[in-house]
Design a protein around this ligand. Sequence first.
Ligand code: FES
Length: 112
Amino acid sequence: MPDITFITSGGKVISAPEDSNLLRISLREKGGIPFKCGGGLCGTCKCLVEEGLANTDAVKKKEEKLLSTEELEQGYRLACQTFLKGDVKVSWEETPKGSATGTRQVEPKVEA
Ligand code: FES
């Protein structure tokens, strides 16, 4: 069974059945890869396969649309479009906390 290491989630390691979808495993095991559409349209699940790129399946057309040639060469994949044949280690950019909630930094008021 392939071992998946979720680097950005503190290096959490889980075992998955062969040919598992990376995003589905992340969801099931709380790996933490961000996502929105689950269908190769939004690009939110972009992640970097830092080790074991050879253990992933072929790059899909949808990934070619959302990722640059450079990114693909570096090992970036869309987790929702990626199936695993062996061990991989993945990382991704964390969404900045507070950015979507509308929280603002307020300067403390100093009484004169
Ligand atoms: S979740 Fe939208 S492209 Fe993967």
